[in-house]
Design a protein around this ligand. Structure first.
Ligand code: HEC
Length: 215
C-alpha cells in the first residue's frame, strides 16, 4: 500500500472518530451508544419483523418520497391487535405454561426415575381437584372409566385399559401418573399436546387424591 493511501486512511479514521460528542457520551458504554449508523436499513428493517417492532411513529427520519407519514424506523402492523407484527395464535391454541414454554425432559423410558423424583408443584386445593376432575372426564374417562376402573366405552374395542381404581396401580406415585400422561405408556399415547404441564399435574392430583381415595 502506498504512503498516500496510508495517510488518507489515517486522516479518514481521525475524522470519523473525532466527530462524536465525547462529553455527552462520557457515561454511556460503547454498546449502548451506536453513534453513527452507516446503513440504518440493516438495523431497522422495513419488512415486518415478527419478534421485534417499533411502535413509535416518530422514530427515524421522515422520508418524503415514502409518503406514509411515519418515521423510517416505524415497523409495526397497524391492522393487527397491539400493532403486532405477528399474527394472533389461532383460536383454541394450547398455551404451554403461564410463565412460558417449559419442556418436560425426563424421557419416556425413565418412568421409575420420574415416579421417584417428581413433586407435584400444585396445592391440594378444592379448585385444583375440581379442575383435575373436569380434565379427567374430558381426556381420560372414555378409556379409564368415570371411576377409573378401566371400563370406559373405548375399552370395549381398545381393550387392556389399565384399572386405576383397584389393584397395584393404587400405590403408584403422583409423579408416575404425571409421567404416564406426559409420555404415554405401552398402548396409551402421550397427552402432552392436549394438556399443558399444569393441567397434567391437576389430573394426577385428582387421580391420586380423589379418584383412588374414594374407591
Ligand atoms: C385411548 C385410551 C386411553 C386414554 C385416553 C388414556 N389412557 Fe391411560 N392407559 C390406557 C392403556 C391402554 C393403558 C395400559 C398401558 C399399558 O401398560 O400398556 C393405560 C395406562 C395408564 C396408567 C398406568 C400406567 C402404568 O404404570 O401401568 C395410568 C396412570 C394412566 N393410564 C392414566 C391416564 C390418565 C390420567 C389419562 C388422561 C389424561 C389417560 N390415562 C388417558 C389407555 C388410555
Amino acid at each position: 500500500m502506498s504512503i498516500t493511501k496510508n495517510i488518507s486512511l489515517i486522516i479518514a479514521g481521525a475524522i470519523m472518530f473525532s466527530c462524536t460528542d465525547q462529553e455527552k457520551f462520557k457515561n454511556i458504554g460503547i454498546h449502548e451508544n451506536t453513534r453513527w449508523e452507516f446503513a440504518p436499513n440493516m438495523y431497522h428493517s422495513k419488512a415486518y419483523e415478527p419478534l421485534t417492532q417499533i411502535t413509535d411513529e416518530n422514530q427515524g427520519v421522515f422520508i418524503s418520497s415514502d409518503d406514509d407519514g411515519v418515521g423510517e424506523y416505524y415497523n409495526s402492523n397497524p391492522h393487527n391487535p397491539h400493532q403486532m407484527n405477528m399474527r394472533v395464535p389461532a383460536e383454541g391454541t394450547i398455551k404451554r405454561t403461564k410463565n412460558g414454554f417449559m419442556p418436560y425432559h425426563i424421557p419416556k423410558d425413565s418412568l421409575s426415575y420420574a415416579a421417584k423424583v417428581l413433586v407435584n408443584p400444585l396445592e391440594n386445593s378444592p379448585k385444583n381437584l375440581a379442575d383435575g376432575e373436569l380434565l379427567y372426564a374430558k381426556f381420560c374417562a372414555h378409556c379409564h372409566g368415570a371411576e377409573g376402573k378401566g371400563d370406559g366405552p373405548v375399552n370395549k374395542p381398545f381393550k387392556g385399559v389399565a384399572n386405576l381404581a383397584e389393584g397395584q396401580l393404587k400405590t403408584i406415585s403422583m409423579g408416575h401418573v404425571f409421567h404416564v400422561i406426559s409420555n404415554g405408556k405401552g398402548r396409551m399415547l402421550s397427552h402432552a399436546s392436549q394438556l399443558d404441564q399444569e393441567e397434567r399435574w391437576k389430573v394426577a392430583l385428582y387421580v391420586k387424591n380423589k379418584l383412588q381415595v374414594s374407591q
